[in-house]
Design a protein around this ligand. Structure first.
Ligand SMILES: C[S@@+](CC[C@H](N)C(=O)[O-])C[C@H]1O[C@@H](n2cnc3c(N)ncnc32)[C@H](O)[C@@H]1O
Length: 289
């Protein structure tokens, strides 16, 4: 029987318990070669039932209403088309906080949490920070949550991304100044720290990107010209104008870009340049003074 016909049946069948739906969905995802099938199934069911995933375990025998089954079905269909789980759910977690996401913003990655952690540890009394290319606002919102006395400004070229970032600031109850800007174009102040996780995938690597990323995440958040270095070059060319004395630039970088970014930094008068590794020992961040 055609799988989507089966899934329609699933929506109309009566008296399905939470456990039955989770099992059915897990099998269905496995057939569709969705990784971590059970986990995906649990997240979707928990999301629709508006409970924590772990709460499902004490509710396995509850019957799921027809309305909720129909909603679960919609999300299953989207996930089967390889849409990332975070977009299907419309949310994700970053640095322990909840963030809304949609296809206008990159899904914040765990590697980026490490960048946030470094900035906090190295600058516990940070006065001001500018997050360039804020996307969902993950970096800016997390920094403001952890360093409430810091003035946080977040910019992005994309109006749609800024809408989501503003929603995330409100959701997490922080005040951030948002500026729509092509890099520094509309930026006027100076900051103690400039942080950016810019697009850094070289155009030539586009074809090799995982289809879940390529088909759903915004190209404008991923790809960069000049072999992936365009945004580092542009930011470092102008950063001094927007930094206080002794200001620092923090970048997330691609694992093989450190040496080339170091050269760009030196060409622009920055001589204290350090590359920081992530937990997997990959070059992942740069601190440029
Ligand atoms: C890799 S995403 C990072 C998103 C978020 N900061 C994070 O770490 O999850 C890069 C972001 O840069 C933005 N961007 C691309 N070109 C830009 C430009 N010229 N000026 C400002 N932001 C830009 C994209 O819209 C996207 O939101």
């Amino acid at each position: 029987m055609d799988k989507f016909f089966q899934i329609i049946n699933f929506a109309v069948m009566k008296n399905w318990t939470i456990l039955e739906i989770i099992k059915w969905t897990t099998d269905f995802f496995k057939e569709k070669q969705i990784e971590k099938a059970r986990l995906n199934a649990e997240y979707i069911v928990a999301h629709v039932l508006q409970c924590k995933r772990f709460d499902l375990y004490v509710r396995f025998e509850d019957i799921v209403s027809e309305i909720d089954r129909a909603e679960i079905r919609k999300l299953i269909v989207r996930r089967c088309k390889n849409e990332p789980l975070q977009y299907v759910l419309g949310e994700t977690e970053f640095y322990g906080y909840r963030f809304f996401v949609n296809s206008a913003v990159l899904i914040p990655r765990p590697e980026t949490e490490y960048l946030v952690e470094k900035i906090i540890k190295e600058n516990p009394s940070l006065e001001s920070v500018l997050d360039i290319g804020t996307g969902s606002g993950a970096i800016a919102v997390s920094l403001k949550k952890e360093l409430p006395n810091c003035n946080v400004t977040a910019s992005d070229i994309s109006e749609k991304a800024l809408e989501i970032a503003k929603k995330n600031a409100a959701e997490n109850q922080v005040t951030i100044e948002f500026i729509q800007s092509d890099l520094f174009e509309n930026i006027e102040d100076k900051y103690s720290v400039i942080v950016s996780n810019p697009p850094y995938i070289p155009l030539r690597e586009y074809k090799d990107i995982d289809s879940e990323v390529k088909d759903f995440e915004p190209q404008s958040a991923l790809l960069a010209e000049a072999d992936g270095l365009h945004y580092y070059q542009k930011i470092l060319e102008q950063a001094k104008e927007y930094l206080h004395e002794n200001g620092i630039v923090y970048f997330e970088i691609g694992h093989d870009q450190a040496e080339r970014i170091k050269k760009i930094a030196e060409n622009n008068g920055f001589f204290d340049v350090e590359t920081l590794k992530d937990l997997n020992e990959f070059d992942r961040m740069m601190r440029i003074k």
